[in-house]
Write a protein that binds this ligand. Structure first.
Ligand code: ZN
Length: 68
């Protein structure tokens, strides 16, 4: 898994990371709000345990669960 380089965000042309997806990327913002992961993403990440089900659903819905 760590051998391949990180995937590049097709929208922003920068490496995809959790932080990029959750804070920067316009491509995922609507999907994040759909899963109640916005607007306070810092709080979400601080209290990850209670948000894990939604985070996981979001990652699966966007085919990100095997990229990050
Ligand atoms: Zn992006």
């Amino acid at each position: 898994m760590s051998r391949s380089p990180p995937p590049i965000c097709p929208t922003c042309q920068i490496p995809i990371s959790i932080l990029h997806i959750f804070t920067d990327c316009p491509m995922y913002s609507s999907s994040l709000s759909y899963y109640n992961l916005l607007p306070d993403i810092e709080l979400v990440l601080q209290e990850t345990s209670q948000h894990i089900p939604n985070i996981f659903r979001f990652l699966q819905a966007n085919n990100l669960h095997n990229k990050i």
